[in-house]
Design a protein around this ligand. Sequence first.
Ligand code: SF4
Ligand code: SF4
Length: 324
Amino acid sequence: MTKKNNFSILIKNNINNSILKTKGSISNYQDFVVHDGPGLRLLIFLKGCPLRCGWCQNPQNLSLQPEIEYHPMLCLECFKCSEICPIPGTIINDKEKRINREICNKCMKCVDVCLGKALTRTGEIKTVEDVLEYVLPYKTFFDQSGGGVTLSGGDPIFQPDFTLGLLSSFKELGINTTMETCGYIKYEILKRLVEETDLIIFDIKHMNEQRHIEGTGKSNKLILENLKKICNETNTEIEIHIPLISGYNDNEENIRKTAEFISSLNKITKVDLLPFNELASGSYKAIGLEWKYSKNKKQTEEQLNKLKKIVESFALDVNIGGLR
Ligand code: SF4
Ligand code: SF4
């Protein structure tokens, strides 16, 4: 019997069939990652997010719907895409853009014929079973390194049934889990997801409600309340990520207030300060968008150390970057 068959039998024998058939949308996997959780990790990026942070590093995952990406460097100018496209004038003779996105209906026919793989689709519907079959062959690496699976996105809470199916199945199969989240969802749903997870990486963007709305499109009230409640009502380990967005939330006052809040929860000990990442422009361009933060700069070492000291003054273990 092949290894693949063994994995399939293991899955079918341990996981309820209705959970296995639950469907969700994922964009991609990233394997052998050494951040976002302990040991060697397999990251699974789920589509959809309740927030709209302008600095998002994965804009292709914001919407639950599939995106069509175009990478001009790979285009061979064969124009197979033009031959198959059902909407005249959608494929344009501009190597930098290639698609008139105002009239493209995302039928993805061009993706299937693109010789250079310059056109790709982000977002595939998978069942929990599909994902488990992909993940299980990595279990040996997880067991040897103390690693596991990290659900990222987008935000996994945007597809709660699928995420719950994945988390509960991983638990049943003895696979360690981490979930990255912004926490913007009805508390009862968040609690259920958190209870199935070994480690939660919870993002805090801004302590000022108005500034939070300006940066993300949503209030921070539910997010901060939810964090407080999961600290009080669950046993799951929680770490905080603070993405530092230059000129938005990286001032000393906001970081002090954030650290004060975290420390008042009396549970969380680890905080990661994530310096601004200047490299997301390409991801926006690939889906035909301009990045409004393209001129923002990464914080200097001096700024980062100052912010680190502020957070440390609240007896928190602080790390700069996502690597521990
Ligand atoms: S996704 Fe469909 S409509 Fe859009 S460019 Fe490709 S073939 Fe044309
Ligand atoms: S099919 Fe792909 S490689 Fe060919 S012209 Fe279109 S985008 Fe370029």
